[in-house]
Design a protein around this ligand. Structure first.
Ligand code: B12
Length: 436
């Protein structure tokens, strides 16, 4: 079959990111299919682009990846979904191809997105095997979608939602992402490749969607295979100068993370990298190995500097653990960037002040501070406490090594473009000390 894969994502903040999820699906879709990737990220006129592509390729299946539902300041849900809807109407007006949806953004609200965008089918969670089962069923004209777990589809306009399955793919036997399908702009623009060393997250943070997307059973890739993927990507694309480990938490379990570092060191791979780390299970040996393996920065979902709130969010660690990971990073030359959320449910202004004071004590290399947005059903808009926004405005006047997306503080596409032009590498928060 002729299959067009579309990556809808056009978000450029904090950086454009490669559509690694779709690249996994492309790589693992059998070779007898004819495949193209249509990436809208750098297209000035996405609809014109699609019109010309559909006209020349005439696909039978259009597989669409939805990565983000909202944007960096956690506002703008309606903006993204309306943009997706307008692209869908355009596609529908041009072709009768079957449209199949998937991706992390799709998975966190799959039923709502099915109803809103009305594709033919949707695939919840990791897509490699399910997508192939759907293709086989489409090829067999009498095919029945009802037996394929994790699939959503319409039957006489009624949405059918098949059962969720915990039979995950064997991540050591699937093929690595098909980066050869990428347009070159990604690496030319920011030089960062995405690498996955595991799937699944075993933590229980109260608000988090990650276990919903990847499952809560941790599945590990063989460390030598991760090193081999990095080596071969470097060979394939000369313009990769950094890689980002996209695991929900790199150091969970810590022994696997240490083994990956040992493989990178043994393979003499020198490319710098960044990952997400949890203060739980972060020890001196890991910090030393990460440093030796060229990890230059970690992003830590600290969330709060207030033990009462950390407990409420089911984080499983306290502020002592945050101070500890920060200390170990600094000692080993790894930049630490902590994310904080202010005003989570039931959090008072006094609680918020404790977090801001804690950031002073922590002295992180960088902090990303976001007010908590809840969804206001009445106005159909995200809302936050005005008093927290006011407090953040005051805070941002005196503090510099912080990024506050909702105030555009150190979070601005022009600044980022400038830094990239000047060849600043890695995540852009690495360079926050230069804007002080
Ligand atoms: C790593 C990461 C980042 C890194 C990316 C670094 C990099 N170089 O790649 C950074 C920090 C830069 C980042 C930024 C942002 N991120 Co982010 N990120 C993630 C994270 C942890 C992993 C994403 C990833 O690459 N996974 C690995 C790939 C292989 O998995 P996948 O994409 O899910 O693909 C699988 C399935 O979804 C499915 N699939 C994917 N596409 C398709 C297509 C089809 C047709 C099918 C059938 C299946 C399918 O199959 C794939 C393979 O099994 C996820 C959370 C999570 N655990 O998923 C959030 C996540 C994707 N991010 C999110 C958001 C919102 C953002 C930001 C907008 C805001 C922010 N938090 O800073 C920006 C946007 C950046 C941009 N330009 O788009 C949200 C998106 C959903 C939402 N709420 O809108 C997520 C889900 C986290 C969340 N809050 O819930 N992010």
């Amino acid at each position: 079959m002729k299959i067009a894969f579309i990556s809808l994502n056009r978000e450029k903040l904090p950086d454009p990111v490669i559509p690694v999820g779709i690249l996994y699906i492309i790589a693992n879709t059998p070779e007898h299919h004819q495949k193209e990737l249509w990436d809208l990220c750098f297209e000035d006129k996405p609809k014109d682009f699609l019109r010309s592509k559909i006209g020349s390729f005439n696909p039978e299946v259009i597989a669409v990846g939805i990565r983000n539902v909202n944007n960096n300041s956690y506002t703008g849900i309606e903006d993204n979904l309306n943009y997706y809807k307008s692209i869908f109407s355009e596609i529908r007006s041009l072709t009768k191809s079957k449209i199949i949806l998937g991706g992390s953004g799709f998975s966190i609200m799959s039923e709502e997105i099915m109803q809103f965008l009305k594709p033919d089918l949707g695939i919840f969670g990791e897509g490699e095997e399910t997508f192939n089962s759907v293709l086989e069923t489409l090829e067999d004209r009498r095919g029945d979608f009802s037996q394929i777990p994790n699939v959503l589809y319409f039957n006489d306009n009624k949405l059918e939602v098949n059962k969720r399955s915990n039979n995950f793919v064997d991540i050591n036997s699937i093929k690595k992402p098909a980066i050869e399908y990428l347009v070159s702009d990604y690496f030319d623009f920011m030089g960062i490749n995405s690498i996955q060393t595991k799937r699944g997250c075993t933590y229980n943070c109260k608000y988090c969607s990650y276990p919903k997307i990847e499952g809560n059973i941790c599945r590990l890739r063989t460390p030598s295979k991760v090193a081999e993927e990095i080596r071969s990507c470097q060979e394939q694309c000369g313009n990769i100068n950094h890689f980002f480990i996209v695991d929900s938490v790199f150091n969970s379990p810590a022994e696997h993370a240490k083994q990956i570092c040992r493989e990178l060191i043994d393979a003499n791979l020198k490319t710098p990298w960044t990952c997400y780390c949890n203060p739980i299970d972060f020890d001196e040996e890991l910090a030393e190995l990460m440093s030796e393996a060229n990890c230059r920065g970690v992003e830590i979902g600290a969330d709060s500097g207030n033990n009462k709130i950390l407990q409420k969010l089911h984080k499983g660690f306290d502020t002592t653990a945050i101070l500890n990971i920060s200390k170990l990073c600094k000692k080993n030359g790894i930049k630490d960037c902590h994310t904080f959320m202010l005003g989570t449910p039931d959090e008072t202004i006094e609680d918020v002040k404790i977090t801001l004071e804690f950031i002073e004590e922590l002295k992180p290399f960088c902090s990303i501070i976001m007010p908590w947005f809840s969804y206001d059903m009445a106005s159909d808009k995200p809302k936050t406490h005005n008093s927290i926004l006011e407090m953040l405005k005051q805070y941002s006047k005196t503090k510099n090594n912080c990024i506050i997306p909702c105030l555009n503080k150190n979070f601005d596409q022009k600044l980022f473009k400038f830094l990239r032009k000047k060849n600043f590498q890695g995540p852009l928060w690495y360079h926050i000390d230069l804007v002080l």
